[in-house]
Design a protein around this ligand. Sequence first.
Ligand code: SF4
Ligand code: SF4
Ligand code: SF4
Length: 97
Amino acid sequence: MACDPAPCVMACPTGAYSQRKGGGVVVKKKLCIRCGACAKACPVDAIYLDATGEPFVCIHCGRCVPYCPHDCLEQVEFSRGAAPVGKEAAAAGEVEL
Ligand code: SF4
Ligand code: SF4
Ligand code: SF4
């Protein structure tokens, strides 16, 4: 699922983030001043800041899925417009606590 408009894009003060047409975002690292605003703005914690404050965005590649020892992760494809529910919502980043 893609944010539209994307809060991370709107929060970035330097224009380092831009939205992709097909979903997701692109980060121009040269423009990043490592302020952390994008990570704070993301509603699903999909942006990780490393120790230097450099942002890394989840690209939904699914590589983390087989590594979870508690089988908490699942990658699910769903069409735009269809609201994700249950496991699909969790896969889209809406974590059930
Ligand atoms: S950390 Fe970088 S990409 Fe994120 S909001 Fe700040 S300047 Fe933009
Ligand atoms: S990184 Fe977060 S705020 Fe930005 S598009 Fe992805 S889910 Fe939305
Ligand atoms: S799907 Fe998992 S492995 Fe892929 S970018 Fe997102 S968090 Fe990282």
